[in-house]
Design a protein around this ligand. Sequence first.
Ligand code: ZN
Length: 237
Amino acid sequence: MEKLVKLLKAVIRWLKYVREPVLVHRPPSDDFMARQMSQMRVTQEDGTVPTSYPPKPIQEEKTMQISISSGHGLRVRGAAGILDEVKEARRVTDRVAEILRANGHAVNVFHDDSSTTVAQNINWLVAQHNRSDRDLDVSVHFNAFQPTDGPMGTEVLHRTGDGVAAGAAARVTGAMARAGGFRARAVQPRDNLGFLLNCQQTPILLEVCFVDSRADADLYNQNFEAICQGIAGALVG
Ligand SMILES: [Zn+2]
């Protein structure tokens, strides 16, 4: 008899256990919290009732000011091969500026249409950059070496000792390599370029790809938009 009672008790315990609803802890829904908080007259600084809990932080958009110029000039031509450096540097500069502006950033664009010597050209570009309001100085170039069908790659130059520029250079190199399918060349300081030496706001100089490499030129033509999107994203990233 005693055994039977024990057994019955055990069965009852088991039945209770299996019938017990499983409690799952869920955070309250946004609607529920909004109702609760409006009843509690919880208001935010601007007097409105938060519609979610916890109230979503107001995200401050990070906007940047960027000065960007194309290398060389209309009358001081750069490298020419399968691609023409001045023509393509202007295309990239203008498209990157458009993308940045569409994303709320302030952009100053410079193309040199008047200089007739290399010295005039560098001085004019540096002066435009240094008198503009900006967080970053960017110069767009294309590289050249010798005619080849093979891939050469993309790189970004900065001056020695500028860690911020080195970081931006690494980001932009990676972005161009990914977007264009280019080989990423090592990010290296260069201290013999007028633009990098004289611009005062974290100057970086892009060498998008090689104008005399068939592989680079094809990749550039196929991936132009992605490359510009990649550059724009990396400049403000
Ligand atoms: Zn150049």
